[in-house]
Design a protein around this ligand. Sequence first.
Ligand code: AN7
Length: 353
Amino acid sequence: QWQGVLREYADRLDVTEATPVVTLGEGGTPLIPARRLSERTGAEVYVKFEGMNPTGSFKDRGMTMAISKAVEHGAKAVICASTGNTSASAAAYATHAGITAAVLVPEGKIAMGKLSQAVAHDAQLLQVQGNFDDCLDIARDLAANYPVHLVNSVNNDRIEGQKTAAFEVVDVLGDAPDFHFLPVGNAGNYTAYSRGYREDVASGRSTKLPRMFGFQAAGSAPIVRGEVVTNPDTIASAIRIGNPASWQFALEARDETDGYFGAITDEAILAAHRILSAEVGVFVEPASAIGVAGLLERADAGVVPKGAKVVITVTGHGLKDPQWALRTQDGGEVAPTSVPVDTKSVAEVLGLV
Ligand SMILES: Cc1ncc(COP(=O)(O)O)c(/C=C/C(=O)C(=O)O)c1O
């Protein structure tokens, strides 16, 4: 059985005999050849489905390391600010470790699936009357002045755990891809993949760094604009972040990988979300689809050569925020078809007769 990322990659992580391994089996997620995306772009496209982690997002990779290290250092309580997935993951790993999690989320801006996870895992959930950036300011202040351990991605343990996703891509493909596309909120994951790919080149496991292409929602694109966005706004609630915690690391990684940051409209995010589920069979929450939208846009711009190996990380499962699949292109409700208990009627509706 897959042992979780700390054990599977113990030789490439700072885990010692003294580190208690807090794991829910995270990592080892599918790298899915996406034929329809390859046809659309002429590239060789793979989707790294991080919704298949224990709490349904890539956050579990970082949280197994952050919570294990917190317990190693004797922490009894952890704190995080979150747009939702970090809080779900922190709550699950903390309760599994037998310690307390307090989570701060922007009031009224968290997807129902994530809210229910934090509650289900017995976190102390506080809805802050502000946005994510306000929540992170408070979480950092609390950790500096009270006996609570901060597990946001400003904590390097999170980046360390999350770099294992890059290890897995190289393990499966046999080398790094030419391009890696992914969503960007705090830019922790962009930083983590860059670090993982860099370490694999240094160890000789791979021959090159992929060009790291990160995407932000047009209404919440501080890195693209080069300035803090004070009132970020997007339906992609997971990445509604105006002042990314790993901003500088991400810029360094972009320069090192000949990378790119782009902005994508909510409409294009939802279109990509639909393409992924309807054509590839992978159901994600809207923010997770932005890397697909970015690939389609960059391919149209002629930046992605034919036959280029492309990996897109889709970061959170669609069940986190299922409402979007029940809306039509123009925002109406998808009306389910109702039929009587009668085979012939059903056959007619299905167009079989
Ligand atoms: C589905 C999904 N996709 C992409 C991102 C962006 O990753 P980063 O660029 O590393 O921040 C997030 C981030 C979520 C939080 O920041 C949180 O949960 O507090 C996410 O949930």
